[in-house]
Design a protein around this ligand. Structure first.
Ligand code: HEC
Length: 140
């Protein structure tokens, strides 16, 4: 119920929490500190980064993936009840174009980008979606 920070994934400083809509606690929304884009590098490495609709998913569908086995992660990503009501076409658009998703490949500061190139990720995602979203066997 809180965003994590740094590659070690420690809970966000300053008691930042998800809130019901994912945009932070009442009185301390993410947008208090996070803007629509990263601040200039000259501001230093510890400024709050930014991208449009900076937030977590809402509390009703948390999309919490850490520690999930591959079969459950796969089911969660394609289940419209947990993925923000997205069918495969909407999922492809989400991973290809959403500016907050894309931020992961250009996070700025001292943050490491997603290790798989974005175009490779999207092409693999499309292959999976076009195959009907097959999931690995339970427990794998
Ligand atoms: C009180 C100000 C403040 C609020 C409110 C806030 N953040 Fe942050 N956030 C920061 C700062 C400052 C950093 C950069 C810290 C650093 O790099 O040392 C940061 C960094 C982050 C990062 C980058 C983590 C990383 O690995 O480097 C994420 C993700 C994040 N915040 C998510 C959120 C979300 C989601 C919310 C709302 C639920 C939120 N923050 C609310 C100040 C805030």
């Amino acid at each position: 119920d809180a965003p994590l920070q740094f590659d070690a994934g420690t809970p966000h400083a300053m008691a930042v929490v998800r809130g019901l809509d994912g945009k932070g606690a009442a009185g301390l929304p993410c947008s208090t500190c996070h803007g629509e884009s990263n601040p200039p590098a000259s501001y230093g490495p510890h400024m709050p980064p930014g991208a449009p609709h900076w937030s977590l998913p809402p509390a009703a569908h948390k999309m919490a993936w850490i520690g999930l086995p591959a079969d459950r992660l796969c089911q969660m990503i394609k289940d419209k009840a947990s993925n923000g009501d997205r069918d495969f076409a909407a999922l492809i658009k989400h991973v290809s174009e959403d500016k907050l998703v894309l931020w992961g490949w250009k996070p700025g500061g001292n943050r490491a980008p997603v290790p798989v190139p974005h175009e490779v990720f999207v092409s693999q995602f499309k292959l999976w979606a076009e195959a009907g979203g097959p999931c690995p066997a339970v427990g794998s």
